[in-house]
Design a protein. Structure first.
Length: 402
């Protein structure tokens, strides 16, 4: 879930520190958006050719759409949800694609091939299991906190191997506070725009500490910090679990010719970090064509360290692409509040400014690339946070083109 209430409160916290400056810079950028592509390339992002290519592709697509598609009124905001669980929509949501989940599953009595799971199942830091599932459907049932309960079919490794042999795969690791229902809906929509890849979402348990109903800002902030810190621990455990899962299922040996890339969004990049460390420790040998670190909530100096080297070591023959934008408010909050004791001394995140070329570990220099997305469009629901752009059409084009 996107937790808009969190964003509003923390926006107040950060406003006097950084947002005014960032917003003015963002506004001046927006003034240039209607210039020609040549001007954009020469005065805005000339130092990053990938950004120029993405921008040109997106503008051509949008210009063509504006000429062929009649304008419609913007959608109205949905009514405020009542405190009781709203009834499920009809027809119930379905996602027929493959899913890898480390969220604990519940067996269904009388049917050994079907399981239930939900985003409200709490993390077990000692659990080192995962499963592939498919044909995920909303059962219409709800957890006590109104999150939907899903049913899915277990998928054995032989079926997984057939799928990976026939299809180019983009694994996608979500970030902090995401729920399976919202992520699957976004991925299902995005899949219509991919030409070459099928997305396999990797779900991990981020439901932990309820803080949104706290009576005071102090208690709210304390519980928010505890929730974030808890998810850091979960991310570390999940990264290790994924490596062990692939090892225990002989994934590399079963799928020697699999064409796989990996997308990590936000705090999902912590999962990627610890996954890479564990793969190195196990000498697992799993490889990905490209790795996309989008809006990465991870230290900006990651590629100065051995952990960054381990991420690069996951590559077969491509690159690690780091997308960043300095007006990403979620990462401003992370840098100034969640990863620093002093808001005036932020611990910048990789997804804000990218990595610094002069400090790169020598083993990664030819394998990593920054892509500056400042000023690019974001989803309508995230015009303030500017953080959840991982499935925007211009990035889908990037994933598909590499």
């Amino acid at each position: 879930m996107t937790r808009p209430f969190v964003l509003r409160l923390l926006l107040i916290f950060c406003a006097l520190l950084s947002v005014q400056k960032v917003s003015s810079q963002h506004s001046s950028r927006n003034a240039n958006l209607l210039r020609s592509n040549d001007n954009v390339a020469s005065t805005w992002l000339s130092e990053e050719e990938e950004s120029e290519l993405i921008w040109r592709k997106w503008r051509r697509k949008k210009n063509h759409a504006s000429q062929t598609t009649p304008k419609t009124a913007p959608p109205t905001s949905p009514p405020t949800s009542p405190p009781t669980c709203a009834p499920s929509t009809t027809p119930l949501f379905e996602f027929n694609g493959l899913v890898l989940t480390t969220i604990d599953i519940r067996s269904i009595e009388g049917n050994s091939n079907k399981v239930h799971f939900s985003g409200s199942i709490k993390a077990d830091l000692d659990d080192e299991t995962g499963v592939f599932v498919r044909n995920v459907v909303d059962t219409g049932l709800k957890e006590d906190n109104c999150t939907p309960i899903f049913e899915a079919d277990l998928v054995d490794q032989d079926e997984v191997s057939r799928f990976f042999k026939e299809t180019k795969i983009l694994f996608s690791i979500h970030g902090y506070g995401r729920e399976p229902d919202s992520d699957m809906k976004k991925i299902k929509t995005a899949l219509k725009h991919f030409k070459h890849y099928k997305i396999v979402p990797i779900f991990w348990p981020t439901y932990d500490i309820d803080y949104e109903n706290e009576a005071t800002l102090k208690s709210y902030n304390n519980k928010l910090h505890n929730s974030y810190d808890h998810d850091l621990n979960v991310a570390k455990a999940v990264g290790k679990t994924l490596a062990i899962f692939f090892q225990n299922n002989n994934f590399v040996e079963r799928n020697p010719d699999a064409h796989m890339s990996l997308l990590a969004h936000s705090l999902g990049n912590r999962v990627l970090q610890y996954f890479a460390v564990e793969v190195h420790a196990l000498q697992l040998g799993i490889k990905f064509h490209n790795i996309f670190m989008v809006a990465a909530d991870i230290d900006e100096h990651i590629f100065d360290t051995s952990d960054g080297v381990h991420i690069v070591d996951l590559l077969s023959d491509g690159k690690v692409y780091v997308t960043h934008r300095k007006d990403d408010l979620a990462l401003v909050i992370s840098a100034r509040k969640l990863n620093s004791d002093d808001p005036l001394q932020p611990n910048h995140r990789l997804g804000q400014f990218g990595f610094k070329w002069g400090k790169l570990h020598p083993d990664v220099k030819s394998k990593v690339k920054n892509i500056n997305l400042l000023g690019f469009p974001v989803p309508e629901y995230d015009v303030v946070g500017r953080h959840n752009y991982n499935l925007m059409d211009y990035l889908i084009w990037l994933y598909d083109s590499k």
